[in-house]
Write a protein that binds this ligand. Structure first.
Ligand SMILES: O=C([O-])CC(=O)C(=O)O
Ligand SMILES: [Mg+2]
Length: 640
């Protein structure tokens, strides 16, 4: 037992410490959690207890350290844990794990490797377990980047990053944040796509929860097996449409893991609040079914009622375990489920489909910015999509909505400025009967047209967007056609990873004689054409979802609304500087992403308050500053 500000606590009631601190200390203003309480003399018994507290929302703000003189009779040494009670009293108030010595070095959340100070080495039984040198966090980053750069193969770099995440979480995030432009293509598209294809062979330790048909009826209990209790964001896939790579079944797990590492690095959500989930209902991928190293259920995909029941059980178990403010991001579901799931759970849960809504918001932002280069308003442009799935129709709908808001013209009319080509050609009224429901709003009056190039010549779009998942479909003829009737054709090749991109940056610039305004879903290196260097933007939902999620969390939003997507687009477009425009860029550099995310979060949160969907009251006055103050920092905490 020990006492703090006149209140006594036992080992297992440390949650009380944070409440006491929150109530009584003037140094602690935001909701705080106790993250470590240790006796500084290193022995059970009398001594002083040093308590570390930090912002309960996102493990942000430099941790406040308080020295508390007290009597420790129960041996409160080397106790680490997190209090989840600050936010939601219904969740188990205190979880603790004991780590010192060797096990502290093996615990990725608390391990600092060679950065443990002399005092910490004494206090935590680390003497002899580490070589004598003590190095700084910055030097650790430099050292790690040095060794990662020695690998020539991107997948090896990916595996080195995953190993680091398992070894020292704060070093992993500092590396990612400090070198975001270099490491994004490793932990995210395109390399994450290859990692998913080979996930069975490279799988080492679970990084998220696998919920398969075997877990039916037990999902509530399965969620309890996850070590973290205070979850704020779940990214879930069923692996049926991983990027543009198709059905990768259970091996799709790389996607939720990658997306959530960006939630932390780019959006400042604390790692322990993130839960990657893969729902395994089987796979229709014959290669995987015949692969002896495949890690998923060896059966064809369950569909219909069996599928719906598993998803339903999952959705309700999530709400039961984590409350109604947990954000569930659907990722890389096939079209036929993605739209239905969003519609079904959009009114009962805080859900967001990144491929439909996140992609839409990022593309709309790029278009808003591109208008600065090409002129005209959104409704003066004509759009043609190749691919009428989640991304294509999601983007189209958001563009139509924005046009309608800007002009007052009804949505049914603004949609007529947008055309789509799918695998059967131009979507036209005569095909209506045979069309899936999400394609129907885009069936306009026109003769049937089979080929994309003929559709381009006939519709004469000012903007061409590829969202088909099929690579190399913007041929020379297509790009040249765009360049004949547009001074500056806007061309977005959104499909991922790079192998599925509709065309390369080099093709877009050379075939349009350097006139295209080009952006792609996966990154391309700058291109030299006729002595001039062209850098293109990455129209990837990674610009939006981290800040969007942060905005929902800091406002305590209970539902996602389309107007939040529109303000997120505006916030992103506002971050494109004059200097960026001068280089022909329509997206800001990723190196500014945390600032960008804070701006997106502030606008999304403001919209949540305006719409009456926010529950965290009162509304902070300066939402940008508040968002920034809530963001997770990978700085090491000192354990004294
Ligand atoms: O993951 C990415 O790079 C973008 C995305 O959501 C997808 O392609 O499905
Ligand atoms: Mg996706």
């Amino acid at each position: 037992m020990f006492s703090l500000n006149g209140t006594s606590f036992t080992n297992n009631s440390l949650s009380g410490v944070s409440r006491c601190l929150t109530q009584s200390s003037r140094r602690v203003s935001a909701p705080m959690v106790v993250v470590a309480a240790v006796s500084s003399n290193g022995k059970p018994g009398d001594g002083s207890v040093s308590v570390l507290v930090e912002n309960a929302l996102t493990e942000s703000a430099a941790p406040v350290e308080m020295e508390v003189k007290s009597t420790v009779t129960g041996g409160v040494q080397d106790v680490y844990g997190e209090d989840s009670a600050t936010e939601d009293q219904s969740i188990t108030p205190w979880t603790l794990s004991v780590a010192s010595g060797f096990s502290l070095l093996r615990n990725p959340h608390y391990n600092k490797g060679l950065a443990f100070s002399e005092r910490e080495r004494d206090a935590h039984y680390l003497r002899g377990l580490l070589p004598p040198v003590v190095i700084s966090h910055d030097l650790q980053v430099k050292k790690m980047m040095n060794s990662i750069r020695k690998y020539d193969v991107p997948l090896q770099r990916y595996m080195a990053m995953m190993d680091l995440q398992e070894m020292n979480e704060r070093l992993f995030y500092k590396l990612l944040i400090d070198n975001v432009e270099e490491l994004l293509p490793i932990v995210y598209t395109p390399t994450v796509g290859e990692a998913c294809q080979k996930y069975g062979s490279i799988f080492r330790r679970p990084q998220g929860l696998f919920i398969s048909l075997k877990e039916k009826g037990k999902i509530h209990e399965v969620l309890k097996n996850w070590p973290e209790k205070k979850i704020q964001v779940i990214v879930v896939t069923d692996g049926e449409r991983i990027l543009g790579l198709g059905d990768l079944g259970c091996q799709g797990m790389g996607i939720p893991v990658g997306k959530l590492s960006l939630y932390t690095a780019l959006g400042g959500i604390r790692p322990s609040a993130c839960l990657p989930v893969t729902i395994d209902v089987g796979t229709n991928n014959e290669n995987l079914l015949n692969d002896e190293f495949y890690i998923g259920l060896r059966q064809r995909r369950a569909t219909g009622q069996e599928y719906a029941e598993l998803l339903d059980e999952f959705m309700y178990a999530v709400k039961q375990n984590y409350g109604e403010k947990v954000l569930i991001q659907f990722e890389d579901f096939a079209n036929h489920n993605a739209f239905d799931l969003l519609a079904k759970y959009g009114t009962s849960h805080l859900v967001f489909n990144d491929d439909i809504q996140g992609t839409a918001s990022v593309v709309l932002a790029g278009l808003m910015a591109a208008l600065n280069l090409v002129g005209g308003s959104l409704s003066e442009h004509t759009f043609l999509f190749l691919g009428a799935g989640e991304a294509g129709t999601g983007i189209a709908e958001l563009i139509a909505l924005e046009m309608s808001k800007q002009t007052g013209i009804p949505l049914e009319e603004t949609r007529k400025k947008i055309w789509m080509v799918d695998s059967k050609g131009l979507i036209v009224k005569s095909r209506m009967e045979m069309l899936q429901h999400f394609k129907r709003p885009w069936a306009h009056d026109h003769e049937p047209v089979q080929e994309l190039v003929n559709a381009v010549k006939s519709i004469k779009p000012t903007v061409l967007i590829g969202s088909s998942g099929a690579g190399r479909t913007f041929t020379k003829e297509v790009v040249q056609a765009m360049a004949t009737f547009n001074e500056k054709p806007i061309i977005f090749a959104l499909s991922n990873p790079t192998s599925q991109s509709e065309c390369t940056a080099e093709e877009a610039y050379s075939w349009s004689e350097g006139r295209a305004i080009f952006a792609s879903g996966s990154p391309f290196a700058p291109v030299e054409y006729n002595g001039k260097v062209y850098a293109s933007g990455q129209a990837n939902n990674a610009y939006i979802f981290p800040g969007f999620g942060l905005g929902l969390i800091i406002s305590g939003a209970i539902r996602v609304h389309d107007d939040m997507l529109l303000v997120a687009s505006e916030a992103l477009a506002e971050q494109v500087s004059q200097e960026n425009f001068e280089k022909g860029l329509i997206y800001p550099p990723f190196s500014n992403i945390r600032k960008i995310s804070a701006h997106i979060a502030a606008k999304v949160a403001a919209k949540a308050y305006e719409l009456g969907l926010a529950t965290r009251l009162p509304q902070p006055k300066d939402l940008v500053a508040y968002a920034e103050s809530c963001m997770y920092s990978p700085a090491y905490r000192s354990y004294r």
